[in-house]
Ligand binder design. Structure first.
Ligand SMILES: Cc1ncc(COP(=O)(O)O)c(C=O)c1O
Length: 321
């Protein structure tokens, strides 16, 4: 019924304790989450390492999933250990070596009032092979558009949670940026500072200092972000956490996104469309080429997730243990 063209190598997904054929739907069209975005999810990657496939920072992703669930008043019907085992099972059953994993907890079928009183919480887990999400050529860097819409503010919703419904803003702005020929969007926050991308954190490099913002700027504090901060310190770079103004970004020596799906793509050009009445202004980041520190961090990240750096093997959970 459903083909897997955009889900390479996905053959089975997990739902309610069982594996189902990818092409066979297992949820009702009146499921609560489908109508109101009442779901929480994770994006996780498994990488091929010398010790076989390993999941990157699995316990941290599961912790965040539970944090997100509590924000939506969900009682998760599984333990963290059960979810970890189910994720490993999905990787094994699909015979995947490197993949993107998507666990989603959602209010299912029961009622369609706004309060999901009679809608049970269910879990689905899918996994498929997913290559570069942003920019096919990492050496070229990406071209980004600062959208007019401001990121949902932390005073409006818990932005440290991955709430399905909030991603409608990401989907709208990601499409807006692409419709104008850009690779990706960037949101400002209500303070007018740089917040994040639709599914990515942002770093800048200035005078050798690697800087990113935090949840006080209405961003999801990504697991990739945290890993890169540790890697940067390990490589001897000074790091800093704080607000990033638009000027900071435009005058940065280097800039890059970070996220599970995108990994570490460099940002080389920015168009600021954040204030429509002022028109659009274009800025080149640094020399317009991918920066040296970005390249070092991206390489170190790639090596760490692939199990090539002893120090960071602690971040890997082997699938076949
Ligand atoms: C809005 C948003 N910001 C940042 C990130 C980066 O988070 P992570 O590095 O944990 O994937 C993501 C991806 O999950 C995201 O959706």
């Amino acid at each position: 019924m459903f083909d897997n063209t955009h889900f390479p190598r996905a053959k089975k997904f997990w739902h309610k304790g069982k594996l189902h054929d990818w092409s066979q739907p297992s949820i009702h069209v009146m499921s609560h989450a489908l109508h109101y975005g009442t779901s929480v999810f994770e994006g996780i990657r498994v990488y091929n390492t010398p010790k076989g496939p390993a999941v990157f920072r699995l316990p941290e992703h599961i912790e965040r999933l539970f944090h997100s669930a509590s924000t939506l008043f969900m009682e998760v019907p599984y333990s963290k250990e059960e979810i970890i085992e189910a994720i490993k099972l999905v990787i094994k059953e699909n015979k995947l070596e490197s993949a993107y994993i998507r666990p989603l907890l959602f209010y299912s079928y029961g009622n369609l009032g706004l309060l999901p009183k009679y809608s049970p919480v269910e879990l689905i887990i899918g996994a498929w092979e997913w290559g570069a999400y942003l920019g096919d050529d990492p050496k070229k860097g990406v071209y980004v558009y600062i959208v007019p819409w401001r990121r949902v503010h932390h005073s409006q919703l818990e932005m440290t949670a991955k709430l399905g419904g909030v991603y409608v803003q990401s989907a709208i702005c990601g499409q807006l940026a692409r419709s104008k020929g850009f690779d990706e969007a960037i949101f400002l926050n209500l303070e007018g500072n740089i917040a994040e991308g639709p599914g990515e954190n942002i770093f800048i490099v200035k005078d050798g200092v690697v800087k990113t913002n935090d949840k006080t700027e209405s961003v999801l504090e990504g697991i990739t972000r945290e890993s890169l901060l540790e890697i940067a310190v390990g490589l001897g770079y000074e790091t800093s956490i704080g607000a990033i103004t638009r000027e900071d970004l435009f005058k940065a020596d280097e800039a890059f996104f970070s996220g599970t799906a995108v990994e570490v793509p460099p940002i080389v050009r920015v168009i600021d469309g954040s204030i429509p009445r002022e028109g659009k202004r274009e800025y080149t980041i640094g020399s317009g080429k991918v920066g040296e520190i970005t390249t070092k961090l991206a390489t170190a990240y790639k090596d760490s997730v692939s199990g090539k750096v002893k120090q960071y093997e602690k971040w890997l959970t082997s699938v076949y243990d």
